[in-house]
Design a protein around this ligand. Structure first.
Ligand code: CAA
Length: 380
């Protein structure tokens, strides 16, 4: 087992770190306050290859490995978790799913602009009454011969307002349960496809989350992904990889908060000494550093297994479960270490604490991760 990062991985990490410091840090507080999408920054991330990191260059991607993706996600998330979720959804839920399962024509038409960052994509699975219970899709895709007729509502869709292409999961044969579900590529602007209002969120406020409304939207047959009835398996496979992205986002939120807390603890004095010299503070930092290192190792393990072509349902779920709890624990302590300063916007840690919470909810709640992990270990 080798714990040394390659030259290339270190370069990607440094490039992402520099980009986050120079391009994301300015204005991050205002974007959070005003719920402003980082348009210019996302465009630059596309130019840097950060939006299709693992996609083959022949489809517009950067052809990097998954460990590089974890490293870049961590650096971006340390500074701006909103920009990071745009990146994670485009890479893991949209591009990875298309590269693995779409037809050659679909890849040429949709994957190439998405992986090169020319446009961004969204993944629409959740519904008003089907989040964790993903089989209970109420959105229908009726087979009409040459096309499917799409009707229904999707909720909580990241990139919902700014995407150009949407992967939409819908039920074609309700009597077949999960085997009756299909996945489709739907284009923004198609007749009957309406984007609902933006959600006013606790955290990741710079990212846009919308509902999507479909009324008799005609989806051409050639826009179905994979075989008839493959949609649920497609969604599960995509989410397995997506969980590495969100785990890395959580890792970045935690390490961003930790670095700020460590710096503050070395500077701030109380009772005649820097507060890091008080055991009450030093032990908090020790716990934070240990949890972060463990979370990073779980992210790397899942990333390496993904590149080896292994089943990553268990390792991806473990990484997300642990890293998202780490993000919560570490950000709460980072605010505590900062005292009153931690409670105001200027010091960043309160935003990171708000951003952390969603990592325990989206792309499978922590409770869902435990279902995935426990089913996997029970099979062994
Ligand atoms: N990987 C691969 N295959 C899987 C799988 C996984 N993680 N989980 C289930 N499957 C397969 C099963 O093997 C089974 O296949 P067979 O029929 O061939 O045996 C099939 O899928 C059905 O599985 P289950 O019977 O286990 O299905 P279930 O109804 O009990 O649900 C679940 C399983 C794990 C709870 C699943 O519903 C789930 O993962 N739910 C969470 C969904 C989720 O993550 N939602 C988040 C929305 S996306 C989002 O947040 C995007 C965003 O914008 C950021």
């Amino acid at each position: 087992m080798n714990f040394t990062l390659s030259e290339e991985q270190l370069m990607i990490q440094q490039a992402a770190r520099d980009f986050a410091q120079n391009e994301l840090l300015p204005g991050v507080i205002e974007r959070d306050r005003d719920q402003k999408f980082p348009h210019e920054q996302v465009k630059k991330m596309g130019e840097m290859g950060l939006l299709g990191m693992m996609v083959d260059p022949k489809y517009g991607g950067a052809g990097m490995d998954s460990v590089s993706y974890v490293l870049a996600m961590e650096e971006i998330s340390k500074i701006d978790a909103s920009a990071a979720v745009v990146m994670s959804v485009n890479n893991s839920l949209v591009c990875a799913g298309l590269e693995k399962f779409a037809s050659e024509e679909q890849k040429q038409k949709y994957l190439t602009p998405l992986a090169s960052g020319e446009v961004i994509g969204a993944f629409a699975l959740s519904e008003p009454e089907a989040g964790s219970d993903a089989t209970s899709q109420k959105t229908t895709a009726e087979d009409k011969g040459d096309y499917y007729l799409l009707n229904g509502t999707k909720n909580w869709i990241t990139n919902g307002g700014n995407a150009t292409y949407y992967i939409v999961i819908a039920q074609t044969y309700p009597e077949k349960g999960h085997k009756g579900i299909n996945a489709f590529i739907v284009e923004r602007g198609w007749e009957g496809f309406e984007i609902g209002p933006k959600e006013d969120k606790l955290g990741i406020r710079g990212s846009d989350t919308h509902s999507l409304l479909f009324t008799d939207v005609k989806v051409p047959k050639e826009n179905r992904i994979g075989e008839d009835g493959f949609g649920f398996k497609f969604a599960m496979a995509v989410l397995n990889g997506g969980r590495i992205g969100i785990a890395s986002q959580a890792l970045g939120i935690a390490s961003g908060a930790y670095e700020l807390a460590l710096k503050y603890a070395k500077e701030r004095k109380s009772f005649g000494t820097e507060i890091i010299n008080h055991q009450a503070i030093a032990f908090k930092l020790a716990d934070m550093a240990t949890q972060i290192t463990a979370a990073r190792m779980l992210c790397f393990k899942a990333a390496v297994e993904k590149d080896e072509g292994k089943d990553i349902s268990e390792s991806g779920a473990m990484a997300k479960l642990f890293a998202s709890q780490t993000a919560m624990d570490v950000t709460v302590e980072a605010v505590q270490i900062h005292g009153g300063y931690g409670y105001v916007k200027e010091y960043h840690v309160e935003r990171l604490m708000r951003d952390a919470k969603i990592t325990q909810i989206y792309e499978g709640t922590s409770e869902i991760q435990k279902i995935v992990i426990s089913r996997s270990i029970a099979k062994k």
